[in-house]
Design a binder for this molecule. Structure first.
Ligand code: SF4
Ligand code: SF4
Length: 372
């Protein structure tokens, strides 16, 4: 199987302000081009695109291709379960939403210590193993957002997990918060193959400081900045698939151009990226990947990832508090969404954030900055 997977979390939209308004026509063209080029792996989840990604899969993929023409992965997130019966209920709804008949890969989604313990409490492993025995799941795994120590515990207690999905990119590789390299090494020690998510860190690594981009261009003038990030993840030996959350045909074509016949990075190219990561870490930075898990439950309808992205951009551009594009965008957004300063500190968003961002404090910082 080719190493590039189509992440279905940031699909093209008909209405930019509505995550669930998937542009099915564009998605069909993307799926066609992906498959025509020999790629087969599609990754969705229960709540992607405002709970609409799995339905989009049915229309764009399941109803248009033979079932064995693609590999479909989806996930169970413990945050949406209140009792054990919900594991089966959600699985049945996913079968109905996708019309797929079975899932090639099924993941316990976003395992942190808290979600892991909830999965244990609800008997999720046992329930899903029964589904696997019944042929409704071909391979069972998990996606993971916690420390290497917790991953060690999960893989030791559940040797039945056949793969693990990790956040790996060159910025997080040596990050003391994410510890991507150590997590990768735990999985490798357990003989468990890795699927990579967030290789471009929600678009953060698609644009680097000019000095870094100059160095990248001098080595490979025709490589996009984002492609360096995907190549980094795909170059790791124990990586089976690198997911890219593609939102447009252009992004897909760029990815296909180098992933069709992939060549791993050289040691020199990898060290350039690790130096670039050091450079980036010097800037003030909120490590938000734009997954939007935090948005649905916010009682104040605050556009958390949009504000984080604007604030990061502002800081990267050396914003001094005066007028800027970012400030303009921020003001526009607050006409439709709650402003950063409307946060009531209920912490609902923090409990679900896979990046463990202290969202309440960051929103206060943003309110102080943009609210002036
Ligand atoms: S803490 Fe603030 S941003 Fe988070 S869910 Fe509550 S109101 Fe929304
Ligand atoms: S704040 Fe956390 S949950 Fe919200 S979009 Fe960013 S990474 Fe995702």
């Amino acid at each position: 199987m080719k190493k590039l997977g189509f992440g279905l979390m940031r699909l093209p939209r008909l209405d930019a302000g509505d995550r669930s308004s998937v542009d099915i026509e564009t998605l069909c063209r993307m799926a066609d081009e992906f498959i025509e080029n020999g790629f087969t792996y599609f990754d969705t989840a229960w709540m992607y695109c405002g709970f609409n990604s799995e339905r989009a899969v049915k229309t764009a993929l399941v109803e248009r291709y033979p079932r064995d023409a693609f590999v479909l992965a989806t996930k169970f997130h413990a945050a949406f379960a209140k009792e054990s019966a919900d594991v089966d209920r959600i699985f049945n709804e996913q079968l109905e939403k996708t019309g797929a008949g079975y899932f090639d890969r099924y993941l316990l989604h976003d395992l942190s210590l808290e979600n892991y313990e909830k999965c244990e409490e609800f008997g999720a492993f046992e329930t899903l193993l029964k589904r696997r025995d019944a042929g409704e799941i071909k391979r069972l795994g998990c996606s993971f957002h916690d420390t290497p120590e917790v991953l060690e515990r999960v893989l030791t207690e559940h040797p039945e997990l056949e793969f693990v999905q990790l956040q790996i990119n060159y910025l997080d590789w040596e990050s003391p918060a994410i510890r991507a390299r150590e997590c990768y090494e735990v999985a490798t020690r357990h003989g468990v193959p890795v699927i990579v998510m967030e290789p471009v860190k929600g678009g953060t690594l698609a644009k680097m400081p000019e000095s870094v981009e100059r160095e990248m261009r001098s080595l490979h003038p025709d490589w996009s900045t984002a492609s360096w990030a995907i190549r980094f993840a795909a170059s790791l030996e124990n990586v089976e698939i690198v997911l890219s959350g593609m939102s447009s045909l252009e992004q897909m074509r760029d990815n296909i151009s180098f992933m069709k016949d992939f060549t791993p990075l050289s040691d020199g190219e990898v060290s350039l990226l690790l130096r670039a990561a050091d450079e980036l870490r010097k800037n003030p930075f909120i490590p938000c990947t734009g997954c939007a898990y935090c948005v649905d439950g916010c009682p104040q309808n605050i556009a958390i990832p949009k504000y984080f992205s604007l604030y990061n951009e502002e800081k990267r551009n050396g914003g001094d508090g005066g007028w800027s594009n970012q400030r303009e965008y921020y003001d526009n957004l607050t006409r439709h969404y709650g402003a950063a300063g409307d946060c009531i500190g209920c912490e609902q968003c923090q409990n679900i954030c896979p990046q463990h961002i202290r969202i309440v404090g960051k929103l206060k910082e943003i309110a102080d900055y943009f609210g002036k």
